[in-house]
Design a protein around this ligand. Structure first.
Ligand SMILES: NC(=O)c1ccc[n+]([C@@H]2O[C@H](COP(=O)([O-])OP(=O)(O)OC[C@H]3O[C@@H](n4cnc5c(N)ncnc54)[C@H](OP(=O)(O)O)[C@@H]3O)[C@@H](O)[C@H]2O)c1
Length: 262
């Protein structure tokens, strides 16, 4: 690792967007900190990356340990210029199973805030740096199918706005990345998706937004227009459209059990 090499840590590189972003950063010359739950997956990724990287197991379901582990990783890497908090879970949970809501809140809310705070405190001590959080267009409206997921993304959006206000007088940047649909395990197999982009395309867009120091970046950019309208839909119209979509999505095929919302 050279003295001037930029260093980035990505929280959640086991699969999907985080994994593609690790490649994008490595190709761009970053020394990359790879984190996730499964050390084997991370070691495999480390072997595939074109540049140097370090691996650390971080499970966001335990925030105390995660805070400690991220601090250690920053020390082990001898610094950090960029922290991307990407990890997240999405469960379809119209039955309101608390264990699923709880895991979503643990990972997407508590885990996100814990990692963001470690990053910002480190950048404050150092006087510079960039935090990027992968929220979602889902953060703009509620969802009867995944209430905790959409609410967790709204939390991230609001939290990052707060951090930008807190850090306004400093050179530290906070980039809120709001993807639409990206082809990962999280959404694979769902019906009615549109404008789905590859993880490589998403990772390229994310790194460009970070380099430009954008406050908010929709991925791809045209989602900004879609969400401008979507945010303004009256709740009654939004619920009507959403319900129609769920009915269509869960309509049983001949010989299949009925999964529709009651
Ligand atoms: N795909 C989309 O259409 C889409 C759209 C908008 C926003 N997003 C957001 O993009 C981010 C990445 O999602 P993805 O689409 O790439 O899905 P994914 O392939 O399921 O990736 C999820 C990532 O989160 C990590 N993760 C999950 N639980 C964790 C935990 N307890 N502790 C630490 N890491 C954990 C996973 O790491 P391990 O494999 O190591 O567990 C994995 O790297 C998420 O925040 C998601 O909400 C995705």
């Amino acid at each position: 690792m050279s003295e001037v090499q930029k260093k980035a840590i990505v929280i959640g590189t086991g699969s999907g967007i985080g994994r593609a972003l690790a490649f994008e950063l490595s190709r761009d010359g970053y020394f990359v900190g790879l984190t996730g739950r499964d050390p084997e997956k991370l070691e495999k990724l480390r072997a595939e990356l074109p540049g140097p990287s370090l691996v650390r197991q971080i499970d966001l379901r335990n925030t105390r340990e995660a805070v400690h582990s991220l601090g250690n990783l920053i020390m082990q890497m001898q610094g950090m210029d960029l922290l991307v908090v990407n990890a997240g879970v999405l469960f379809h949970n119209s039955d309101l199973d608390w264990s699923l809501e709880e895991e979503t809140i643990k990972v997407n809310v508590l885990g996100f805030a814990a990692m963001a705070d470690v990053g910002c405190n480190y950048f404050l001590r150092r006087g510079k740096g960039t935090l990027a959080g992968i929220s979602s267009v889902a953060g703009h409206r509620g969802s009867g199918r995944s209430p905790a997921y959409n609410a967790s993304k709204a939390f991230m959006i609001n939290y990052m706005e707060g951090l930008r206000q807190r850090l306004a007088a400093t050179p530290i940047k906070v980039v809120d990345v709001r993807p639409g649909f990206v082809d990962t395990n999280m959404i694979r197999g769902r019906k009615g998706l549109f404008g789905v982009v590859s993880t490589e395309k998403a990772a390229g867009d994310i790194l460009r937004a970070i380099k430009k120091g954008k406050r908010i970046a929709y991925v791809p950019g045209w989602w900004a227009v879609v969400m401008w309208f979507f945010k303004r839909l009256p709740e009654s119209l939004y619920h009507f459209g959403y319900r129609k979509y769920i009915e269509w999505d869960t309509r049983p095929k001949p010989g299949q059990a009925d999964r529709r919302l009651s």
